[in-house]
Design a protein around this ligand. Sequence first.
Ligand code: CO
Ligand code: CO
Ligand code: CO
Length: 312
Amino acid sequence: MEDLSPYKDERTLLAVGDDAGVYEHNGTVYLHTVDFITPILNDPYLWGAISTANSLSDIYAMGGIPLTALAVVGFNNCELDLEVFKKVMRGAVDKLREAKTVLLGGHTIDDKEPKFGLAVWGVCPDSKFVSQRGAKPGQVIVLTKPVGTGILIKALKEGILSQEEIEDAIENMLELNDRASKLMIELGATACTDVTGFGLLGHAYNICKNSKVGMRIEFDKVPIYEKAVGLVQKKVYPKGASDNFSFVKNYLKTDLEWWKLLLLSDPVTSGGLLFTIDREKVEYLKEKAMELGVRTWIIGEIIKGRGMTIIN
Ligand code: CO
Ligand code: CO
Ligand code: CO
């Protein structure tokens, strides 16, 4: 995108390469983002709701509050009936209500492979936003949801697991990152992103690249769905996991087993926030996380230099 040097003006604060675009107008800072996904479950209501949480997440990752949304829909008119589409929209509308975000409209096209998501517009309170560029050596890295949803969804699609067996992952995917965003702002996080399609390592790498720092991640500290561990050892994982791993492998210093690296590379749907805070704030993090009802895991630290060191 940068090669094309798209038009920018003095109000463009951040374009391309972060979770959302940042634009200032009349002294107020706004965020703009779009995300859509293919079906992940057989349940259209849950797909609509999870996709909505996923689309809103990029606003929360930058410390913003979503205001309005437009639906982006690809549906095969012949094969999928209107009732299915209504259920997807009902899931979306319920999730948007929870997020106090107004659905202003949308656009639908005929598409063989269904897609659903939202373009979301939001605002930054006090005109402050958190990008992927502010991580500093010595800081700790915090994650707010477990990883491994890509593997679980793959197993569900192949009939290895039932929807009931991945109930905890579904609950987590449905959860908005609004409270996690409040937590990260309250803690004075200097860098933040949300963990989605590029996997934990892919998104961690984006923070390293944008902040010009390195990272040290401890595998044992990373929350992972237990069932995903067993599945990946039996070579059940989506192609995205190995694609993501290939993308980051040149930046890794590690002698971790292949399956552990695939777990950390697994594409996530509606994952948690990944942010960096000063080490002195760890006690306050625990206190505040409890108060806001957000689960947190400290998975590593920011180090000087480049590259990501992954230890057991
Ligand atoms: Co994002
Ligand atoms: Co996105
Ligand atoms: Co239109």
